[in-house]
Structures are given as C-alpha cells and as structure tokens.
Ligand binder design. Sequence first.
Ligand SMILES: *Cc1c(COP(=O)(O)O)cnc(C)c1O
Length: 493
Amino acid sequence: MESQLQQDLWKVAQGPWESGVLPSAENLARARASLPTALQDTGSSLESVQRHILDDIVPAFNGGSISANYYGFVTGGTTPAALFADNVVSAYDQNVQVHLPNHSIVTDVEYNALGLLLDLFRLDRSAWHNGTFTTGATGSNILGLACGREFVLQKAAQRKGIETQSVGEYGLFEVLNALGLSGVQVLSTLPHSSLVKAAGILGIGRSNVHNICQAGDPLRFDLERLEKELARTDKVNIVAISCGEVNTGRFATSGEDLRQIRQLCDQYGAWMHADGAFGIFGRVLDDRPEFATVKKGSEGIDLVDSITGDGHKLLNVPYDCGFFFSRHPEVASQVFQNANAAYLTAGSSNGPSIPSPLNIGLENSRRFRALPVYASLLSYGKSGYQEMLERQIGLARKIYDWVFDHPSYTALPKTSSKAELLDQTFMSVLFRANDEALNRNLAQKINDSSRMFVSGTSWDGAPACRIAISNWRVDVERDFALVSEVLAKVAQA
Ligand SMILES: *Cc1c(COP(=O)(O)O)cnc(C)c1O
C-alpha cells in the first residue's frame, strides 16, 4: 500500500460512505459520455487511465457494498482483511487450478479456508472437508444440481440392476434412455431463481423445478406430495432445501422435518441439496433463546448431500465468491473431471491429499478467491462473525418492530403476533404500504431519498419491499434511526 492512489482507495473502502446509495443522474450521464466509442491505436498513459477511472467512472458507482444503508438484493460488503487479501490476489495473480504442492501454496490455502468455513458453520470436517470456491451461490447451485443429477441416475441404474451410467461420461439423454426414464425433477419450496436457472443450464429444464409447498405456508414442504413425487417411477429427483428464502429470510425446514425428508430421499434414491447462500450463517449463532428459532432453520443441514453458500453476502468478502460442499466428493469428480489432460494431474508428494480444483468444479483457470475468505476468517474468528450477524439480526428486528406498529405499513408475511414475527426474523425485513397507490411505487419512493436502498419484490401477488441487512458496517442504533426516519417521511408524503 505505498502509493498515494492506493492509500486513497484504502480510505474509501474502509471509511464511512458519505455519498448517496445511488449515483446522481449527472454523474451517470457524465460517466456514460466519457466511455470511448472505439479502441484507439495508441494507448494512454497509466496516469491518465487512472484519472479517467477515478474522476469519470467511480462517481457513477452505487454504494451497494460500501454503504451500510444499501439494503437491496443481499450484497454484503468487504471487510478490511478481505480487501487487503483481494489486493494481494490481484497483485500476485495466482492461478488456482492444479494442486502442485511443490510449485505454490495456493491449493493448500484454498483447502484450509474450506476447513475454516466448516468450523464457522459447525460442520464436521471428517464428513465435509472437500468442495470448492465458486463465483457465487448461482455457481454453487449449478454444482449441486449437477452432482445430484449424476448421483440419482447412478442410483436409479443400481436399483434397476443396470451397469452404472454416468451423465458426465455419456450425457443425460443417453443415460435417461438406457434407464427408461423421462427426466429429472427438482422439488423445492420457493427456490431462489438461480436454482431454476441451474436446472435450465443442466438439461433438467426450468419447468421441471416444482414448488411442493403446504397450502398455508409457501416455505414448508407438503411431505405427502413430496413423497408422491419421489415415488414416481418415470422420474428421478433432487430435493432442494431453501435454507434461507430470499424474500423473507426464513427457512424451509426446522430440524425434525429435515430428518423426515432425508429418510424419504434415502428411500427413493433422491439427492438433497441445500441452498444456504445466506441461511447457512444461521449456524454461526450461539444457543441464546432469542436465536433458537433462526438456528432451527439450519438444524440438521449436515444431513443433506450438498450445500451452497455465498461468500460475497454475509461473509463480507468481495465479489465474486461462493462456496460448495458435498458429502460425496467422488461425485464431483465424476461430473467435473477435466478429461484427458495428463499434464494437469497433480503431483501429490506431501501434505493432505488435496484434489485439483479443475477436476471438481466448473473452471480450469481460477482466481485465488479463497484468500479473502481465509483472511477475513482469521481476522474475525467465530465470535467476530457471530457478533456481526447479531448486529444484522438486531437491526432487522428493530425495523420489523417499528414497521409492525406503524399505521401506514404492514409487516410481511402477515401475522397477528409481533413476538412470533420477531422470533422468526433473520436479517431480512419484508413489508408493504397499506395505501395501494403508495405501495405501487414504494421501493422507488424510498430509494429516491438516496439515503437508503431497498429492493422491490412481490409477496402474495402484490408489490412489497425488502430490506436485506448483510453489511459488516451495521450499527443498530445509527441505522435504525435513518431507516425509520426515511420510512416515516415516505409514509407522510
Ligand atoms: C443470492 C442468492 C443466490 C444467488 O447467489 P449469487 O451469489 O448471486 O450467485 C442463490 N440462492 C439464494 C438463497 C440467494 O440468496
């Protein structure tokens, strides 16, 4: 961090974010007008490129990760340790592709970071120490469904007494044909859109992702219907647990039902995948009664076959970063092995047997995105992340409490019991305005303040707003004052 420029950047990234959560229209227009229309023959000096980026482009950024009051999507921020490590990653530009223990330490660090994450989430290293870093939860969901697809079709072959068929080797079409099956289904409750996207990419098909919800509760599985689908003889199935639903922040299971679903999956040869992009962090919390309900949402998650988690959300490392764990490491290599590249096989002379990342995930060449994770985990430890999450939950509950009592707003999902609502609150607040006209533009009205940003969404067929609290900079009292002031003003106008 020696140059003035780097010191300035460091300050921006660590200091309080003074600008609005959105860039001004003028700054956006100026940045757009500054973009070149064609590549010049002759390059510009490094200094002028730096000036252009800082003076023209940067003012048109939003405060998505940097502002503590950007509550759109689920963005997280970047902890100082992660920021430092990410700069090291760029400067040294290591390619984490093949485990070559005599050439570089990077695969060891990546493997170590995966182990540290397991400790954070109280997952047993002896069962789970494998997996990989991905570009995010979407990437991890693709890995989860790909492994599931491979596994359930191999199980189906075993059951029929047919020689094991690998989709990775022969392709989905040939394997389904050989087994006399018509397709793969994904059974879930309110899955994140990226899971549906993953099904589209993997030849499962978006229309084969089904909501198997209870009539009165869209998050919970209807176990009777689930068993009916699992028992079908023409399809094989992957059950996807929404371990943290993106609108409500609530969980699809609470321990006992997860165990029942596990039994059904074993009985019918289905794969269980948990999308815990942010929900897996529920496992960071301690045993205080105020967190008991939230903690139950990820209880028993160690029984599933694969887990998706996001790094660039609640872990607060920079984009892009996700992680993927599986209890069946051999399946990942059946799907993702980089065929016929003998020069890429690992020399494993000493240390733990670490798989080469290129044989267990999507990419061959990869960024060293494990290092910011590693750095941030060392910097905060278990209790640091627990304390961060407690602040996020604390703010969400304080806002919900206020919204619940406010005559102009309704807290969602609708309930008559505030205590129950707060008890179930993780780090998201879902609500709408009672006035229909206001509610139609509520997200925009709030965001026009440029003091905070919320996502518009829909709930029960009508518009709603979501405040997702995921930044390490959260300060409960300071941020509650700002949020309640903005919401009160919007309600008055
Ligand atoms: C954000 C999110 C995703 C997608 O994650 P990306 O990091 O954007 O790829 C998937 N599932 C859930 C539950 C999410 O919240």
